[in-house]
Design a protein around this ligand. Structure first.
Ligand SMILES: Nc1ncnc2c1ncn2[C@@H]1O[C@H](COP(=O)(O)OP(=O)(O)OP(=O)(O)O)[C@@H](O)[C@H]1O
Length: 366
């Protein structure tokens, strides 16, 4: 859907920002441009909506060279979220979100209705509609920026470091919401970040840019992590690389140990798996979701905080095992009796992936 063909950009002062970029961004993908500061990520992204013109090469959107599309009509089909959201300070939240809708010719009333719907989609209460940007938290401001970009339902969304100015907890929430939105809306998203963790979390395709504005690798997250194309990409993903790779390893393939039925007191005796310990399960909430507590030999009850499902990743299961008071992670799946896994069961899966030998998980094997 978006295609860079031999694109280079040299700014008037001679700075070579992007060098011979060939990149195809598939429709419906979440593509993250990642790399250190100054390697041409923003410049590349801005060439998609003609905020920057290539010095050579072409950028095609749906097969059309953007150079031949009027910037205003091009941008009506491309939402854009900036790092500081770029809201109009003297307009209310609702008016900010409705800005593109009004440009597109929607009436004030229709614009407002669509703006409120977009706000709801990104988790903003309607009560915030009449506030001004200065009356919002950083996380709310970013949500308004996303709502504004989505309000006119453009097929393409560009995001430039959208979550870098908020604290880590707010950022986690925003990132999770982006994944939900992408799953629901199926937009083509292109995001710029210098944070490799954010790229690996969000991107189903990752374009790693290297100094000099050169594309070093374009692949899915797992491939970037386990088979970096060169030394530069390898150094970018070096930290916790083996541990991160566990996020792509499915738990499927091991058989959790099924637990016996509960005794007359409602407790499941963990037997030799954890001598003296038992488990109590209850059905909680409207969905009847199962929740549990471990009961220690001295009678102390500890809420099970990290149960996993067979569909989860090895990383999540390993984390649950390590965080558990007795080395057992509870495995719960609908319609299946409760079961557990421990380190001994997970160990055969902890073999390093090819290409992750250096700094991989082999050194950490029990
Ligand atoms: N308008 C401009 N005029 C001259 N040079 C520019 C201009 N905009 C960007 N540059 C330069 O082009 C290079 C690439 O910048 P760009 O913003 O695309 O990189 P980036 O990877 O997005 O970096 P960052 O993460 O710091 O934003 C940098 O050297 C930058 O200084």
């Amino acid at each position: 859907m978006i295609r860079f063909e031999g694109v280079s950009k040299v700014y008037p002062d001679g700075t070579r920002a992007v060098e011979g970029l060939d990149l195809e961004i598939e429709e419906g993908s979440f593509t993250v441009l990642v790399g250190p500061s100054g390697c041409g990520k923003t410049t590349s992204m801005r060439m998609i909506n003609r905020m920057v013109a290539p010095s050579s090469g072409r950028v095609l959107v749906n097969g059309r060279d953007v150079a031949g599309i009027r910037p205003v009509s091009l941008r009506l089909g491309i939402g854009y979220v900036l790092q500081n959201a770029g809201l109009f300070p003297h307009r209310t939240v609702a008016d900010n979100v409705a800005a593109v809708l009004r440009l597109k010719g929607d009436s004030r009333r229709t614009g407002r209705t669509k703006a409120l719907a977009a706000m709801e989609r990104v988790g903003l209460e309607a009560a915030l509609a009449e506030r001004y940007p200065a009356q919002l938290s950083g996380g709310q401001i970013q949500r308004v920026g996303v709502a504004r970009a989505l309000a006119a339902d453009p097929p393409i969304l560009l995001m430039d470091e959208p979550f870098s100015a908020v604290d880590p907890i707010v950022r986690d929430g925003l990132q999770r919401q982006m994944l939900d939105l992408q799953a629901q809306l199926g937009k083509t998203i292109v995001m710029v970040t210098h944070d490799i963790d954010e790229a690996l979390l969000l991107g189903d395709r990752i374009a790693v840019m290297a100094p000099g504005g050169v594309l070093a690798q374009h692949a899915d997250a797992r491939t970037v992590l386990t088979r970096p194309a060169d030394e530069f990409v390898a150094s970018l993903v070096a930290k916790d690389r083996g541990f991160r790779a566990l996020s792509f390893a499915p738990l499927a393939g091991i058989d959790p140990v099924p637990l016996p039925a509960a005794g007359s007191d409602g407790a499941i005796d963990l037997g030799t798996l954890a001598p003296g310990w038992s488990l109590e399960l209850e059905h909680a909430g409207a969905s009847g979701e199962r929740r549990g507590s471990w009961r220690a030999p001295d009678g102390t009850a500890l809420r099970v905080t990290g149960s996993v499902s067979r569909a989860d990743t090895l990383r999540k299961a390993l984390d649950a095992v390590l965080a558990s008071p007795h080395g057992l992670a509870l495995v719960l799946d609908p319609g299946v009796p409760p079961a557990v896994v421990n380190l001994a069961l997970l160990t055969p899966l902890l073999t390093p992936s090819p290409g992750v030998a250096t700094g991989g998980v082999s050194g950490g094997r029990p």
